[in-house]
Design a protein around this ligand. Structure first.
Ligand code: DLZ
Length: 164
């Protein structure tokens, strides 16, 4: 469903597993930092709301969305985490850079999921305008950071359920 029809922050709280013993890595892009900081805040608030503890959440910044995949890979290699949230914002400019970054990060995150057997969450806004990004990072369409956190908790819980 297109996000102009859906609030990214709306979910049924009764259906979210408890995250009090889950560990999370969060990789955030410095590009469009005023937007990505809001995504990060949404993700942290939502993880905490569902029981995640500060000591079980590690945040690392990378220069741009293109670097989210390698930042995510570092979590898989060097940390013991149940899920990794990748947060970024790519805004359409005058050149084709937008397409290459979006393609790189979406394929990259798919590869991370399949090659590491833990969930990596696509928390990247890809918008035509700055206003669309504002609307989806704590504005009138909610916050994609909240959505990323809920997805991380659900996928980490699914993995536990299926491997046990
Ligand atoms: C270079 C670039 C441009 C033009 N736009 C964005 C953007 O809108 N969002 C974003 O996260 N990053 C952007 N970048 C930076 C690239 O992601 C990357 O950091 C550089 O190309 C260096 O690899």
């Amino acid at each position: 469903m297109a996000s102009n029809l859906k609030n990214l922050s709306s979910y049924d709280p009764g259906k979210i597993p408890d995250a009090s013993d889950m560990k999370f890595g969060i990789v955030v892009s410095e590009w469009n930092q005023e937007i990505t900081s809001s995504l990060l805040k949404g993700a942290l608030d939502t993880l905490h709301k569902h029981g995640a503890k500060d000591e079980n959440i590690e945040v690392r910044w990378v220069p741009g969305s293109f670097e989210l995949t390698l930042g995510g890979q570092f979590f898989a290699e060097y940390r013991d985490v149940d899920a990794v949230l990748c947060l970024g914002c790519v805004i359409q400019g005058e050149t084709r850079h937008f397409d290459f970054i979006c393609q790189g990060v979406s394929y990259g995150i798919t590869d991370l999921n399949l090659n590491n057997n833990i969930p990596f969450i696509f928390g990247v806004l890809t918008t035509d305008t700055q206003q669309q990004a504002v609307d989806r990072s704590g504005g009138r369409h909610g916050n994609k950071g909240d959505e990323a956190a809920i997805t991380a908790i659900k996928m980490a819980a699914l993995q536990r359920e299926m491997e046990n």
